[in-house]
Design a protein. Sequence first.
Lengths: 361, 332
Amino acid sequence: MLPIDIISCKMVLQLFLICTFNFSGLLLLPMNTEPDYSASPKSTPMRVLVTGGTGLVGRAIQHVVREERGIREGEEWIFLSSTDANLMDAGETREVFQKHQPTHVIHLAAMVGGLFKNMRANLDFWRNNIYINDNVLQAAHEVDAVQVVSCLSTCIFPDKTTYPIDETMIHNGPPHKSNFGYSYAKRMLNVYNSAYHDQERGRFYTAVIPTNVFGPHDNFNIKDGHVLPGLIHKAYIAQKEGSPLVVWGSGTPRRQFIYSLDLARLFLWVLTEYKEVEPIILSVGEEEEVSIKEAAEAVVEVMRFKGQVTYDTAKADGQFKKTASNAKLRQYCPNFTFTPFKQALKETCDWFVANYDSARK
Amino acid sequence: MKLCVCVCVCVCVCVSVCACACACVCVRCCVRALLRACVAACVRCCVRALLRALVCILRDAGETREVFQKHQPTHVIHLAAMVGGLFKNMRANLDFWRNNIYINDNVLQAAHEVDAVRVVSCLSTCIFPDKTTYPIDETMIHNGPPHKSNFGYSYAKRMLDVYNRAYHDQERGRFYTAVIPTNVFGPHDNFNIKDGHVLPGLIHKAYIAQKEGSPLVVWGSGTPRRQFIYSLDLARLFLWVLTEYQEVEPIILSVGEEEEVSIKEAAEAVVEVMRFKGQVTYDTTKADGQFKKTASNAKLRQYCPSFTFTPFKQALKETCDWFVANYDSARK
């Protein structure tokens, strides 16, 4: 009897599909032996690709780049939308990156949604976002982009935690169960960044962690959107119909809100000045945290809503608080001034009313 | 076919050179030795090629779906992964992360699409938080970052637990689950010294050291501690989980905490079983990896109070005997 120990393909692929592999000497994905990326950055003008470029934050970056900062000579800014490429498809993603050859990437594209949408589809949020993130980061690496800034969120932090949360605490426990699919997918962006830095000798891909973002061009869908745009839209309808404004939940959970234009300004600073792989929280201070009730009252004031406000406590509250520290941001940017909340809210409401027909809802 | 060609060539060459009875004996010996070598080489090539093919299948969503559609499994034991010892992980965290995420996503989704009622995936105690209290248990998987040496592999494995919860959450009651073995060892392991795990690495090194009359060099200080589970014991428990364990939450499959041994003690056991007579040294310039990963098997003991693990030295002896008997064809 020959000392043969062959595992036949047919045997392995029977009912139990039991197979164990060791990849000694085998690499499924191209293993780069690229030069050291920690060398000084290229001096050529930036060619910046923004994924999710027509969403809430993407539009804000467009505005800040064009109206405030200006596009420098030789620079190119490309704002992708979902019609340009399906980022869940590796081939399409690679193709669009090969086409534009970005030197810098702001990665905003994601499957996003408010509390109730997340609760319905944790699996889809997890899988879709992992595919998008993997495709974008690998495509960026393959075209030798020197910087990728991805976007996390304070909603991904551990549910059971001390406060305020900070950048070191992302992986210190399971996230809130309502959106664990989205949360883990976003957390894994930090893993990607660490892994690219670790294996690809110095890739400095990084991520920012905004708190709740709001502003023009948001998704104002009541069922699937986030809390502030949802309140604005409901107030608009309630005003027109003469009906009560019904706030979902008890109104007691607390949030820090960051205006999309402020976030865009900070994104541009991170893109060129922030040199860490570790992420950075972009947020107003802890003292700016408001309850959902206070946010609703601010919407009522700004929209000049005169009707009744009620609270549907049968609806889920979501996470009670996610208070984040912006101490790291303040160390880097002690003088950055955030737009006052009510001013930012007014600009957002005015935009929504003026663009009601075309607004995403 | 490659095997037949090799045999034919060997016979022709040997017979044309030898003429007498002694030479015939030599020819037979030569032929047997050459046959063994050719077959062993062919087997290794075939196994590696087969493994590569299977891995490529699971790394590709379409091919994975195709093989699941073909076989329509009702139950799946999902063991496929990119694996390796400490030093291989340290070199390739990105590859470990990406390859394993793709494999896991493809297998679980393909199983779901053919309506498999059960998928049992395989985690590992090496994925637990590095900074933690001991013993670790099933509730602690996500309570902090894993050891930095293998964070890519660890996070990919942790995400299997996320998949299981998400399928249960969104797909109305899918009971896909996972087991968490401690360090597995046994016949058919990967005995590659550079890329394999610690016990098979020690066995292989002891074998070579014995043959060459050189010292057995243990990488690291020998102080880290591990619980080892024999592959046959793990297999018996896997079959129990497949049909009897009805939770989405994972379950640790391990010997008890009191069975934990240091790498030094494991090396000494290998020396004893292999009857190695040479010197044993410790290369402390090499990384130790995580100091301990002591896991509680209390949940397993609640379910299976009477399960008996194979004694460590007996399991080690069976493994070493297998390795020596199958040296030519063993993965290394």
